[in-house]
Design a protein around this ligand. Sequence first.
Ligand code: MCA
Ligand code: AMP
Length: 515
Amino acid sequence: MTKETTPMTATIDKNLYSHLFPGTLDRAAPCLILADEQTVTYGQAQARVGQYAAALTSLGLKIGDRVTVQAEKSVECLLLYLGVIQAGGTFNPLNTAYTQSELEYFISDARPAVVVCDPKVEDGTRKIAARHGVDHVLSLDALGAGSASNLADTFEATTNIAAVNDDDVAAIIYTSGTTGRSKGAMLTHKNLSSNAHTLHEYWQFVPGDVLLHALPIYHVHGLFVATHCALLNQSPMFFLPKFDLEVVLERLPRSTVMMGVPTFYTRLLKDARFTQQLTSNMRLFISGSAPLLAETHIEFEKRTGRKILERYGMTEAGMVTSNPYDGDRVAGTVGFALPGVKTRIADEAGKILSPGEIGVLEIKGPNVFKGYRNMPEKTAEEFRDDGYFITGDLATMDDEGRVAIVGRGKDLIISGGLNIYPKEIEGEIDDIPGVAEAAVIGVPHPDFGESVVAIVVGREGTNPSEGQIIGNLEGKLARFKLPKRVFFVDELPRNSMGKVQKNVLRQHHKNLFTT
Ligand code: MCA
Ligand code: AMP
C-alpha cells in the first residue's frame, strides 16, 4: 500500500473498472477496514490496483486472458481482482476448498495465462499448470504476502484502463452442473456493471453507508454483489476474512448494511447478544444464495424490529429479483424482477404459465451471462429461442410479479450458501471398491440449511464403513462437499421407471440433524 498515483484521467465506461473507480473518486475516503482496524483509503486501493494491472500487463496479459486465482480472502486478493479488470483480463476465482484434483479440471478448462495460488499448494499447482501450458504461477497467502504482491511492489501504478467492449468477459465463475463437469459461466463487463448500478440504486445506498463484508470472495455474492455496491457508493467495507460471529457482533454497531447467506442469520439469532440495540445503526440486512426459512425471517423481525430483505440470484445472472426496499418484504418470497430484468414462469416445453402456477423461472436482461466457456451446445440448451435463460429453479409468480422459489428442477444441494451437485459425489462414491451404487441427498440442517448425506449399497460380500467412504473422498472432493453422514442399505428405492426415488430417501432422513 505504499505507492501513490495521480488521479485517473481516462474514463472508458465499458470497462467495469471505470464504474468502480470514477474520475470523481474521493481518494482520502476509507475503502477497506481490516480485522485489525487498519484502513486502506480509496486512493491507496486504486494505486495498488494500478500496480497489479501494470504487473499483469508486464507478464503479457491481454484482453480476455484468464487469471485463475485460488487464494484466501485478503485485501490484496480483492485488489488483484480489480487489477485484472483494469488490465482487461478475465478474473477466474476458485473456492479455496477445492482440492488439487479438482483444480486440474479448472485449469484445463480455463487455460489461464496466470495462476495465483496459496504458497502452501504452490508446488502441486505448478505441476498442474505445467501440464496445461500455463506460463506464470504466482502466490498469495491469507495476509496478502507472496510472489504476486512482491511482483506488484516492483511496478508503478498504471492509469491505463484496457479498452474493452461491453461483451468482453470480465470474469469466469465455475458453477457445477447436474450432469458432467463444472461449467464456466462467462460474465461480461456489461453484465457486472449493469447489475452493480441496479443494485446500488434499488437497495438505496446512501452516503454514510458502511458495509459489513464477511462473505468469501470466490463467488458472485461476496465478490460482485457486495463489493461492487460498496465501491460504487465509495463506502467503507469492514473486510473480514470470514464469518466469525464474535467479530461480526463487534462490527455490527458500526455498520449500516450486511449481505449474507441464511446461515449468517441463523448463527446471529442463536446468540443472545444479537439484539435490537446492537443493530440500531443498521439500515439493511440482505439474504440470498439459499432459501431463507420463513421462521428465520419472522424470528429476526421479532428480535431486531427489522425485516431481512431476501433476494434471488445465480452465478449466470448475478442478481435477478429482490424484495422491495420500501415496500413489503414477504417471507418465503424473493420479490420482484429487478429493473431491466424480465422474469416469466414456463413449463418444460416452454409454455408460459399463468399467475400462481408452478413452473421453471426463466429470465432475460443485461445481467444474463454470455454463455458457458467451451460449451456452446450446453449454453444453447439453456436458452429459449427468444433469449430467455432457463434457471432450473421452480417458482411461482403472482399477479403483481412477485416471485417465490418453491423448489429446484435441478438435483442440487445448497449447504451454507455453497452449491453441491449430488451427481459429482455419487460418481466418486461409485468408484470406491466395495460400493455397488450410491445416492446423495440434501437433508435439512439447522446451521447449513441443508447437509450432504450419502446412502450406499455395498457390493455383495463387502462391508465398507462410513469412515472408509468419507476417507476415500477426502483429497478428491472439497471438504464442504463431503457427506456429513453415510448410511448403508440393501437397495435404493426406485420408481417403475427404475429411477432412484430421492424424495423417499429425503423423507426418511428428514429429521437426521434437526431433532
Ligand atoms: C464450511 N464447511 C461447510 C461449509 N462451509 N460444510 C458444508 N457447507 C458449507 N457451506 C465445513 C468445512 O469444510 C469444515 O469442515 C468446517 O465446515 C469448518 O469450516 P469453516 O471454514 O470454519 O466453516 P465456517 O466458517 O463455519 O463457514 C460456514 C459459512 C461459509 C459461513 C456458511 O461456508 C460461508 O461463508 N458460506 C457462504 C458461501 C457463499 O458466499 N455463497 C454464495 C454463492 P471440516 O472440519 O470437515 O474440514 S453465490 C450464489 O449462490 C448466488 C449468485 C447468490 O444468489 O448469491
Ligand atoms: P449459484 O450456483 O451459486 O449461482 O447458485 C444459484 C442458486 O442458488 C439458484 O439457482 C437458486 O437455486 C439458489 N438461490 C439463490 N438465492 C436464493 C433464494 N433467495 N432463495 C432460494 N434459492 C436461492
